[in-house]
Ligand binder design. Structure first.
Ligand SMILES: Nc1ncnc2c1ncn2[C@@H]1O[C@H](COP(=O)(O)OP(=O)(O)OP(=O)(O)O)[C@@H](O)[C@H]1O
Length: 607
């Protein structure tokens, strides 16, 4: 039997049955199942993924776990049995409930020389109407040699190769050098207040399996995340993750623009979002573009994206009010949708449904707002100029003061419920008698990645509230000041409006497909204008249509959607709401322009 080998020595090309593309085989090994004497499993690690080929005298059946669905792997050993447990060292393992522990654990069973490789994957499953990821663990048992060290070496070879393939680095015997930690900024108050729980139960276990370590900071007050990002050496982390609603990411983004080195920081440190708020428009948009199932409070696909680190460019909009400049990634709103967003705050505890309830209330008392709307219309969106980077060059400034001391690290190994389909072999000499076993959706007991730090709200440490006056940097505006005249080619509309809402993302909420044609990075803002005079029935069908993205279909003289590159809204009177990314800003004149490609955001790896 050929030993598993690595890299060039054994590599050969295999033509995939389903495609013409050549597939590179890195490792290949046969695993026997003695209880099923006539069947073997040929396991192949290829550039495509992990192929498990079951071969009997009569047939051969292949299952492939795609590389993009694999999140990580881990080498384990058997756990020492308790004294009095009904087993003897030399007895068959078949039928027994095998428990495994970390290879460095003090609780391991020295008499079992097997090394176990656990491979963790989240495979996309389709049922008739839905798609979702299911957790799958493949266990390979290495027991060809008489010494654990030799078996472990084999298992480690597979682990290293998997790790290199996942990191997209050349396959070698050394684990790829990784890497900086993730910076997690978690808002415990976002949405219905479940961010902490969701992170611990849904995100942390996946980061654990991927061996992606992180520093977790729980925000202590509004603007905490913004100050944190402004004042820290953000280059120490490989990405900054907002766990909460769009509001936390808004803070992080604006904290980045408050840095003198904003350009370098945004180029080198990608941002990411884990949706635990009530709107979650950006997270929904990312999943939409990358064909990743979006299931509220599930977070599997986006957690995998954190581990993988694949980046995409995203546009950012510079917004100016009378007294502030800010940067936005989602939307600017005036009228109906902003009223619903802000006034439904009091129903925060019920999560996203607050929008539906308040929409009904606002429909009954439909308001209209007087003002002037001006915009630079994009004439041909199929022929957009290639996005440019802003010309301003920032210089790097970083501060590195300490905030909290790390709290206790919570790490639990997956030593419960870990079944391994094992072969009946006793005696001292082993021929190759390894076996594999795969089980779906196993419960996981992982909470925190080794090497990750949890900075608790209760941990001692300085309150941050920075006394430093923050000033906004970022790309230079091309617009005249808010009180100056606009260019002559702009369109002006004066009158009464039910709403004007501008978004640069497809979804502005989990169920609100606002701009179906929008892309993450296209330099286009989609401006939806609803003029006064529209009937309540038409508004209702507009709101219902937004769940499917067909709210602007059909002939309606009161509703229109316009692609723009810049706009200005000048409301009349003192009463009303203006929102930027769902956050209320001062009521009065507001203008905005889009800057393509400024931010890097982590996205699912669905290549
Ligand atoms: N510890 C905290 N205490 C109080 N408010 C906080 C804290 N941390 C952050 N905030 C503020 O909470 C606001 C709302 O946050 P977030 O966006 O996470 O939730 P959400 O509004 O429910 O979600 P969405 O924006 O998706 O609707 C933000 O403006 C943020 O500044």
């Amino acid at each position: 039997m050929a030993e598993p080998q690595i890299g060039k020595d054994v590599s050969h090309s295999k033509t995939d049955d389903n495609s013409d593309s050549k597939e590179h085989v890195y490792l290949e090994e046969t695993f026997y199942i003695l209880t099923k004497k006539k069947s073997v499993f040929r396991v192949r690690l290829t550039s495509k993924g992990l192929s498990l080929i079951k071969e009997t005298d009569d047939y051969s059946k292949e299952q492939t776990i795609l590389l993009r669905d694999i999140i990580g792997s881990k080498c384990m050993r058997s756990k020492r049995r308790r004294v009095g447990a009904s087993s003897c060292v030399c007895s068959s393992l078949a039928g027994h409930h095998l428990k495994v522990v970390d290879e460095n654990s003090g609780d391991l069973d020295e008499s079992d020389i097997s090394a176990y490789l656990y491979i963790y994957a989240y495979v996309l499953k389709r049922s008739r109407r839905t798609r979702k990821r299911e957790r799958t663990t493949i266990t390979l048992r290495f027991r060809s040699y008489d010494r654990y060290e030799d078996n472990n070496r084999e298992a480690q070879k597979w682990r290293t190769t998997i790790k290199c393939l996942l990191a997209d680095t050349p396959v070698s015997y050394a684990l790829p050098h990784n890497e900086k930690k993730l910076l997690i900024l978690l808002n415990p108050k976002s949405g219905p207040g479940k961010a902490r729980e969701l992170f611990q139960t849904k995100v942390a276990p996946i980061l654990q399996e991927a061996e992606a370590s992180y520093d977790l900071h729980v925000t202590k007050y509004a603007k905490y995340a913004r100050e944190f990002v402004r004042t820290r050496n953000v280059y120490a982390w490989r990405a900054i993750v907002a766990v909460g609603g769009d509001g936390v990411l808004f803070e992080i983004l604006n904290g980045m623009f408050e840095r003198l080195d904003w350009q370098q920081a945004l180029e080198e440190v990608p941002l990411a979002i884990m949706p635990c708020g009530s709107g979650n428009g950006l997270a929904r948009t990312i999943c939409h573009h990358y064909n990743e199932p979006y299931i509220p409070q599930n977070l599997t696909g986006l957690s995998m994206a954190l581990a993988r680190g694949k980046k995409a460019h995203m546009d950012v909009v510079r917004v100016e009010t009378k007294s502030k400049i800010m940067f936005s990634f989602l939307s600017v709103g005036w009228g109906l949708l902003s009223d619903i967003d802000i006034e439904s705050e009091r129903l925060r505890a019920i999560g996203g449904q607050r929008f539906t309830l308040w929409a009904l209330a606002r429909l009954v008392g439909l308001r209209k707002y007087k003002g002037v709307l001006s915009y630079a219309k994009i004439k041909d969106i199929s022929n957009l100029p290639k996005p440019k980077h802003p010309l301003t060059i920032g210089h790097s400034v970083s501060q590195d003061d300490a905030l909290d001391s790390p709290d206790v690290e919570a790490f639990f190994d997956c030593d419960e419920n870990s079944d391994v389909f094992s072969s009946a072999v006793n005696g001292k000499r082993h021929s190759r008698v390894d076996s594999w076993y795969s089980v779906n959706s196993r419960r996981s007991a992982f909470y925190s990645t080794r090497g990750s730090d949890y900075h608790s709200v209760t941990s001692s440490g300085s309150e941050m509230r920075s006394p430093v006056h923050a000033c906004m940097h970022g790309p230079a505006s091309h617009l005249p000041s808010l009180v100056s005249q606009l260019p002559s080619h702009w369109v002006h509309e004066e009158g009464e409006f039910v709403m004007v809402h501008v978004s640069y993302q497809s979804y502005i909420g989990e169920d609100l497909l606002f701009a179906p044609s929008s892309l993450l990075s296209d330099g286009v803002m989609w401006m939806l204008i609803i003029k006064a005079g529209i009937s309540r029935t038409q508004v209702l069908s507009f709101l219902i249509g937004m769940s499917q993205g067909n709210h602007t279909d059909g002939n309606n003289e009161f509703i229109k959607m316009v692609p723009v590159s810049a706009f200005r809204i000048v409301p009349e009177g003192p009463n009303g709401y203006l929102t930027v990314d769902g956050e209320m800003v001062e009521y009065g004149p507001i203008q905005a322009e889009i800057f393509p490609n400024i931010v890097n955001i982590l996205v699912p790896d669905t290549k």
